[in-house]
Design a protein around this ligand. Structure first.
Ligand SMILES: *[C@@H]1O[C@H](CO)[C@@H](O)[C@H](O)[C@H]1NC(C)=O
Ligand SMILES: *[C@@H]1O[C@H](CO)[C@@H](O)[C@H](O)[C@H]1NC(C)=O
Length: 293
């Protein structure tokens, strides 16, 4: 406030006061403007791409992305859902397989060919990102095996990451059903009171003293969708495996163990992942029931 106290020396004429007012006002405006501008360019990650990684080979389900679900390939259903998300500037399929690529081009998707050496979806997203001509600030990793994923969930995690400049990663959770409490394939999550992830586990967390499920506790089930800061995505695959990650076999723990922040949003979603051929029939009957086509 040194500007205000120095105003004594200006106090000759009204004109001087007026000039002072304008100068001070301009300085304040410039300061606010600079702060806003710097803040934006540093933290507001506005350019967003959705990448659907898809591979043909799978130990549990060969050719999974191309399986027909009520007459449409599963990857097309995922892509159509992703295209409805309003926060995505662009949606691409990233694959190592010519058959998948051809199918996707056939229904109008942009395809990025990635190498067969990608070990998982995260690596495939990163390779695709490097191959894209345009620059993006945020990458959403949209798993191709959730054909009923709501576009609002994609938008939710993108906005969560944009609103949390200290986070490099965002993801979604939904309510855990009591029958899934002790299923190690259902990953549980606990968050702090600002919605940042504390931990993920295949075991039930928190663990009630009684050793049983507490019917009154709002346990959280982790959903596969995630988005990353694009600079972080480059370093993510290079981070060394960490003890908790290896013990639980959960890739995302590497993020937390390295001290990065992850924002978690809670959504209403019935998870209907397609992991094995038998899941196709289940999802089809559900879609018929709900009149989805
Ligand atoms: C455990 O769960 C029971 C309900 O099953 C609840 O009453 C209790 O407060 C929970 N916590 C502890 C520490 O027992
Ligand atoms: C997936 O790739 C990342 C990045 O390279 C690696 O750190 C992680 O361990 C891999 N996860 C699995 C399940 O293979």
């Amino acid at each position: 406030m040194s500007m205000c106290s120095s105003s004594e020396s200006w106090s000759g004429t009204t004109k001087a006061w007026l000039i002072h007012g304008i100068v001070a006002g301009a300085a304040v405006a410039a300061a606010i403007g600079a702060r806003f501008y710097l803040g934006q360019s540093r933290t507001f990650r506005s350019r967003v791409i959705g990448i659907i990684p898809a591979r043909f080979a799978s130990s549990r389900f060969e050719g999974k992305p191309l399986v027909q679900i009520l007459g449409k390939p599963m990857i097309q259903r995922t892509w159509e859902r992703a295209k409805l998300a309003t926060t995505l500037d662009h949606v691409v399929v990233a694959t190592d397989d010519e058959q998948i690529a051809e199918c996707c081009r056939g229904f109008g998707a942009d395809v990025i060919m990635t190498s067969v050496s990608c070990r998982n979806g995260t690596e495939r997203c990163n390779e695709a990102l490097q191959k894209l001509e345009k620059k993006y600030d945020i990458v959403v990793n949209i798993q191709g095996d959730e054909p009923l994923l709501e576009p609002e969930i994609i938008d939710g995690i993108v906005k969560a990451l944009q609103e949390a400049p200290d986070a490099v990663f965002s993801t979604a959770v939904t309510s855990l059903k009591a029958e899934d409490a002790f299923d190690p394939n259902r990953v549980k999550c606990v968050v702090d009171n600002r919605g940042y992830a504390i931990y993920f586990s295949r075991g039930l967390i928190p663990f009630n003293k009684s050793g049983k499920v507490n019917p009154r506790f709002p346990y959280l089930l982790h959903l596969g969708i995630q988005s990353y800061d694009s600079k972080f995505l480059k370093t993510y695959p290079e981070l060394e495996p960490t003890p908790l990650q290896l013990e639980e076999d959960l890739e995302q723990l590497k993020v937390l163990e390295n001290g990065y922040k992850m924002k978690v949003i809670k959504v209403d979603h019935e998870a209907h992942g397609v992991d094995i051929p038998e899941d196709v029939e289940k999802i089809e009957s559900l879609m018929r029931e709900k009149n989805l086509s």
